[in-house]
Structure formats: structure tokens, C-alpha cells
Design a protein around this ligand. Structure first.
Ligand code: CDP
Length: 232
């Protein structure tokens, strides 16, 4: 029996999901898939095509354009990470902007787009040995994942973490802008009709407020190791 499993990590923004998933994937030699990057890449595309802005959203133009949009992941040999590509082009930096963050949860409400993304996610999960983070991985994408985590932390702490990250690349950004964005997305992600953010019944709840990344990693491995050994 293969000892490679699927690990799903869901939770709200800036709870450390992607940092932990990346660290764990390197230690296990698993593929790490950042499913949020897919919705961010779609948003970047919709902004470029002028389908969406802060004042309008032409949902149907975007839906009609779906056949022309291809999202996949390719290895970046410089850091050995799987990075999102939109129509063959890497946009890892562009998709992290506040402009994209402010519109992404609106884009993520569209069921037609979500279905396409889930197809890609299923394809990537086929080979097992995958760790994927997002909002609906344990509930919708891989409801049978061998291991599911749900990460949470207070809103203010999450905003502080994300602000510290973004301020390094954009000195004009303010803490309040980041806090507003996190509150907006929490609300949209939790209350949308399709695949809302919620903890799967069988997910392990981890509060990240008072723990360092090293401590969190240890905690996650305390669940991962026995499962991997059991599947040997
Ligand atoms: O990095 P952060 O946790 O702030 O967000 P992300 O993982 O990059 O996801 C950006 C947005 O994409 C989320 O706020 C959701 O609106 C959407 N998303 C989703 O709907 N389903 C997923 N599986 C992943 C992200």
C-alpha cells in the first residue's frame, strides 16, 4: 500500500496555511498546491480583461471566456515550488496585490469557475502525495482526504501578519487596508452559496494565535507521522 496521502489545509486568510503547507511538502517530498493562487490568477485575468473592477462586475463575459482560460501549476526550478500559471505565464507576484485581494472573493463565488478549478485540483491530487490549502479542500475538493486541518486565528493577528508581509513589497500599504480586506473576504468566503468556507466535520482544528511556525509544524506532524507510518 502506498504511504502517500492527501493532506487538506483550510481556514481563513493569513492563518499560516500556505507557509506550513510549503514547509511540510518539502519535508515529505509532496507536491504543494496553493488553490487560492488559482482564484487569484482568475481575478488577475478578469481585471486585465476589464470584466471586474471596484465599481462593476460583468460576470457573464467572464463565464463566456472560461474556454480561453487555462490555469495550471509548473515547477519553478529556482525554489522548487509548484507555481500557478495563467495561459502558460507565471504571475506569482502580480496575484498577491491588494487590488486582486479585494476582488478575488467575488470571483470565487462563481460556480462555473469553481467547477473548472476543482477539475484541475482533482487531476493534481490523483497521484497522492499532495498537500493542498484553501477554503473548501476538506469539504468539497477532497472530502475523502486522509488528513484535514482547519486553521484559525484572531482577525487582528491575521491582519498584522499579512500587513508585515505586504509592507515589505509595498510601502504605501496600511494596516487598516489589510484589516478591511481580511474582514471583507472572511465575510464573502463564509457566506457564499457554493463551497463556503467551513470546517469539515472530520478536520482537526488548530488555533495558531500563540504558536510559532516551528511549533505549528511540530503539531501538524504529530498527526501526519502516525498516518504515514500506518499506511506503509
Ligand atoms: O493567502 P490568503 O489565505 O489570504 O488567500 P488565498 O488562499 O490566496 O485565497 C484567496 C481567495 O480565493 C480567498 O479569500 C477565497 O475567496 C478564494 N478561495 C476559494 O474560494 N477557494 C479556495 N479553495 C481557495 C481560495
Amino acid at each position: 500500500m502506498s504511504n502517500r496521502i492527501i493532506i487538506a489545509i483550510d481556514g481563513t486568510s493569513s492563518t499560516g496555511k500556505s507557509t506550513l503547507a510549503k514547509r511540510i511538502s518539502k519535508k515529505l517530498n509532496y507536491i504543494y498546491i496553493d488553490s487560492g493562487a488559482m482564484y487569484r490568477a482568475l481575478t488577475f485575468y478578469a481585471i486585465k480583461k476589464k470584466y471586474i473592477s471596484t465599481s462593476h462586475f460583468d460576470k457573464f463575459k467572464l463565464i463566456n471566456d472560461i474556454p480561453n482560460i487555462s490555469i495550471d501549476f509548473r515547477n519553478n526550478p529556482e525554489n522548487n515550488n509548484f507555481e500557478v500559471h495563467l495561459n502558460g505565464v507565471p504571475y506569482e507576484i502580480n496575484i498577491r496585490s491588494l487590488e486582486v485581494s479585494n476582488l478575488v472573493s467575488e470571483i470565487a463565488t462563481i460556480d462555473e469557475l469553481r467547477k473548472q478549478m476543482v477539475n484541475v485540483q482533482h487531476f493534481l491530487g490523483n497521484s497522492k502525495g499532495v498537500i493542498m490549502d484553501g477554503r473548501d479542500i476538506g469539504t468539497v475538493v477532497f472530502p475523502n482526504a486522509e488528513l484535514k486541518f482547519f486553521l484559525e486565528a484572531t482577525t487582528e493577528l491575521r491582519a498584522k501578519r499579512r500587513f508585515d508581509e505586504l509592507f515589505l513589497v509595498d510601502r504605501n500599504i496600511t494596516y487598516d487596508q489589510v484589516l478591511d480586506n481580511i474582514k471583507l473576504r472572511d465575510n464573502q468566503d463564509t457566506n457564499r452559496k457554493h463551497s463556503p468556507l467551513k470546517k469539515a466535520n472530520d478536520a482537526i482544528l488548530i488555533n495558531t494565535d500563540n504558536l510559532t511556525l516551528d511549533e505549528l509544524e511540530l503539531q501538524l506532524f504529530s498527526y501526519i507521522n502516525p498516518l504515514i507510518l500506518k499506511n506503509l
